[in-house]
Design a binder for this molecule. Structure first.
Ligand code: PLP
Length: 394
């Protein structure tokens, strides 16, 4: 079967990345092999020269990995995927590929903690400077662009504040200054947000989260539109070596089959829970893109196909109340990560964003009292019951 580009997301989730194998397997088989036999020396030489298509070595290309790459690229509306060992391996590959000594990066201030640290420790060491700005404030983005700005890196919704940046406008600013726009689309998945349609040049995912969706894989994906960019990025990935393996590709590809269905339930559950929290007497503030109280509600409505499964909130009793709540949940589990079928709750200031200084956290509006909830696909009434009993202990 050949897939047309205008397949609906629901059908694309099921069929994207199919392979033609000799037995007619319905699902892309796991080619759990490190290397591939050449027919003869001429064949091997032709594969290395690129005049023949085929597989050489799994770090370079592998059919199972390629199937998963094609699936994500298709869902994102991009052209090429590059499967990586983790979301961080993907982000590192993008930076290594796109940045040279003396370059400058403008990056969302409420960004995944290790992305911030990667720029401020490793890339700073190589004379690549980064400015962290509230990318929901377009004037701030514009103001911080320099002649040597090569990359604008936007995570939207932001982490963990769920602040929303106008991707289309960020793309315009980046392009006007000759920079590329990279969007970390982990929190939304391609079902709810497609950055390429908004002008992004590169989309990156931690597939550990919604794409795989079952909390049993660590993996990442880079998606690009441009063939030349793909080819040079593939070379870099092959050299830095942070590739995904065939088995994890298989698991992620399997997870993607239910992505559209899962996102529907994540959104429905989270919307109900966000409304419940916003009405709750012990809750001071709820950050959720589906609530009209969200500061960028209008941008969210324009940019998202659904409000997503992530909620951040503050209890009136601050961090002590938050600890009591987090220590008393039963159905929700106290753990970092997100986007899986199970609901997870965590405390950004002491967990996912502990790697930032308190000053950097304050700049990014990450307060000590914030609690982040990744809403799973359990029965929503039971989730609310669980949150209620945990908050009753405060
Ligand atoms: C988890 C996450 C990452 C890093 O991904 P890993 O797979 O854990 O390396 C990057 N960005 C966002 C938004 C994430 O949530």
């Amino acid at each position: 079967m050949s897939l047309s580009d205008n397949l609906s997301p629901e059908s694309a989730c099921i069929h994207a990345g199919e392979v033609d194998d000799q037995f007619g397997a319905v699902v892309a088989p796991i080619y759990q092999t490190s290397t591939f036999r050449f027919r003869d020396t001429d064949h091997g030489a032709a594969l290395f020269a690129g005049t023949d298509e085929g597989y050489i070595y799994t770090r370079m290309l592998n059919p199972t990995i390629q199937a998963c790459e094609k699936a994500v690229a298709m869902l994102e509306g991009g052209a090429y995927g590059l499967g990586c060992a983790s979301g961080m391996a993907a982000i590192n590959t993008i930076f290594v590929h796109g940045l040279h000594a003396g370059d400058h990066v403008v990056c969302s201030d409420s960004v995944y903690g290790p992305t911030h640290t990667l720029l401020t420790t490793i890339f700073a060491k190589w004379n690549i400077e980064s400015t962290f700005v509230d990318t929901s404030n377009l004037d701030a983005v514009e103001r911080n662009m320099r002649p040597e700005t090569r990359m604008v890196f936007v995570e939207s919704p932001g982490n963990p504040t769920l602040v929303i940046s106008d991707i289309e406008r960020c793309a315009d600013i980046a392009h006007a200054h000759g920079a590329v726009l990279v969007v970390d689309n982990t929190f939304m998945s391609p079902i709810l947000q497609q950055p390429f349609t908004l002008g992004a040049d590169i989309v990156v995912h931690s597939m550990t989260k919604f794409l795989n969706g079952h909390a049993d894989v660590v993996a990442g994906m880079i998606v690009v539109k441009d063939k030349e960019m793909y080819q040079s990025m593939r070379k870099i990935l092959n050299q830095v070596g942070g590739v995904i393996d065939p088995f994890n590709s298989f698991l992620v590809h399997r997870g993607i089959k239910t992505l559209a269905l899962r996102m529907e339930r994540h959104c429905a559950n989270a919307a109900k829970i966000a409304e419940y929290l916003e009405r709750h007497e012990k809750v001071a503030r709820v950050f959720y893109p589906g609530l009209p109280s969200h500061p960028q509600y209008v941008v969210a409505q324009k940019q998202h196909k659904g409000p997503g499964g992530m909620i951040t909130f503050e209890l009136k009793g601050g961090i002590e109340a938050g600890k009591t709540m987090m220590n008393n949940v039963r159905l929700c589990q106290l753990a970092v990560s997100l986007g899986g079928v199970e609901s997870l709750i965590q405390h950004p200031a002491s967990m996912t964003h502990a790697c930032l200084t308190k000053e950097d956290r304050e700049k990014a509006h990450i307060t000590d009292g914030m609690v982040r909830l990744s809403v799973g696909i359990e029965n929503v009434d039971e989730l609310i019951e669980d949150l209620e009993q945990a908050m009753s202990k405060i």
